[in-house]
Design a protein around this ligand. Structure first.
Ligand SMILES: NC(=O)c1ccc[n+]([C@@H]2O[C@H](COP(=O)([O-])OP(=O)(O)OC[C@H]3O[C@@H](n4cnc5c(N)ncnc54)[C@H](O)[C@@H]3O)[C@@H](O)[C@H]2O)c1
Length: 355
């Protein structure tokens, strides 16, 4: 039986990748993309689906209860996949209010509307509310501590992670209190196509291509666990299809890197591209590779950000053992695919950059 999905935050990085992934793998399902189109949302991310009769787009805020209710009813939605969020830690430090509003109040508005539509009239409709969250809710790890597991104590350190932690608790509470059929996934850092160029990987890629400095916080030793975005989407699909209601699954690929090593890898991969393909020097004359220099020359260490978590690492044993999850991409292959995409889609990223 085809599903009808409401995907919030569908014009953002992971949401857009998820919608493309889902429509490719489940072409019979209906997908309603729901997005307020903040600075991070880009309608063009969904342009390839314009003519797909099973796809529709709603430009609205998740904090708007009436719009959410109408969307759920009009499209007979049976599955919500909730990505919409303010997602950039640096912005949460300078302006936390939007994070409280969207991540906490917005998530609660969705839960309230879902409860009204799915649970209020007599017999409950078959449904699922899947909440997409982050490993940052668990706080920071010391260098040799084991990775975060699902029973880990929540210790969020930034306004971003605190607001995501609050939303995770609300989702859990709507299951325990009202019987809403929920699931939650907490994922490590993603990278891949459609990633807004304020985040580390696309920022470095686009700065190298323009010959701009590559800012690295502190001494670059902070560690993150990285997953190619399509591998995240596949994990969410597994949780929706086989995961237990009311449960939480950590998604990751045992792929820890410190920030400086990532920047070095990106520089080296781009240098190699310039060495192989002379047309790149014509397209990107300011890139170091166009004059035979290394992109590593652009690295610039900058003052560390406030409260910068030292290390995140995901223990994905549960989703691997119980649901058979396995990421397909290594960091090297995933970055090559990412590079391919950014080189082929200059029209997408150029207008998003500040001059
Ligand atoms: N990017 C990562 O590495 C990562 C890792 C783990 C979990 N997550 C989680 O995945 C989700 C998506 O992250 P992302 O990186 O794609 O974020 P993003 O910032 O790229 O996209 C967020 C999207 O949500 C939309 N949005 C924001 N406020 C809204 C509102 N009030 N109403 C409706 N839409 C609104 C934006 O327009 C945008 O399209 C977030 O919940 C984030 O916490 C992200």
């Amino acid at each position: 039986m085809p599903k009808s999905l409401l995907v919030t935050g569908a014009a953002g990085f992971i949401g857009a990748n998820f919608v493309h992934y889902w429509m490719q793998h489940h072409p019979e399902d209906k997908v309603v993309a729901y997005d307020a189109l903040t600075y991070a949302g880009n309608r063009a991310n969904l342009d390839p689906l314009r003519d797909n009769k099973n796809f529709s787009f709603i430009h609205a805020d998740i904090c708007d209860y009436d719009s959410v209710l109408q969307a759920l009813r009009e499209h007979s939605v049976d599955t919500v996949v909730h990505f919409a969020a303010e997602s950039h830690v640096d912005r949460s430090i300078t302006g936390p209010d939007a994070f409280i509003e969207t991540n906490i109040v917005g998530t609660h508005t969705l839960l309230k509307a879902a409860r009204e539509v799915w649970l209020s009239g007599g017999e409950a409709q078959p449904h699922r509310f899947h909440h997409v969250s982050t490993d940052e809710v668990y706080g920071s790890l010391s260098v040799d501590a084991p990775g975060f597991h699902e029973q880990q104590k929540y210790e969020p350190n930034s306004p971003y992670s605190a607001s995501k932690a609050a939303s995770d608790h609300l989702v859990r509470a709507y299951h325990h209190t009202y019987g809403l059929q929920v699931s939650t996934s907490n994922c490590s850092n993603n990278y891949g196509p459609y990633h807004f160029p304020e985040k580390l990987v696309p920022l470095c890629l686009t700065n190298i291509l323009r010959g701009r400095a590559l800012p690295v916080y502190g001494d670059g030793s902070n560690i993150r666990d990285w997953l190619y975005v399509e591998d995240h989407c596949r994990g969410i699909e597994l949780v929706l299809e086989k995961g237990q209601v009311g449960e939480t699954y950590n998604i990751g690929g045992n792929n820890e890197w410190n920030n400086l090593d990532i920047v070095h890898l990106l520089c080296d991969q781009l240098d190699a591209r310039f060495a192989q393909d002379s047309s790149l020097a014509e397209r990107f004359p300011d890139a170091p590779g166009s004059s035979g220099r290394s992109a590593r020359d652009l690295i610039k260490f900058v003052e560390d950000r406030a409260g910068h978590d030292w290390r995140y690492a995901i223990d994905a044993t549960r989703i691997m053992d119980e649901l058979g999850y396995k990421p397909y991409e290594s960091f090297e292959t995933g970055l090559q695919r990412t590079l391919d995409w950014y080189l082929a889609n200059e029209d997408w990223w150029r207008p998003l950059l500040p001059e």
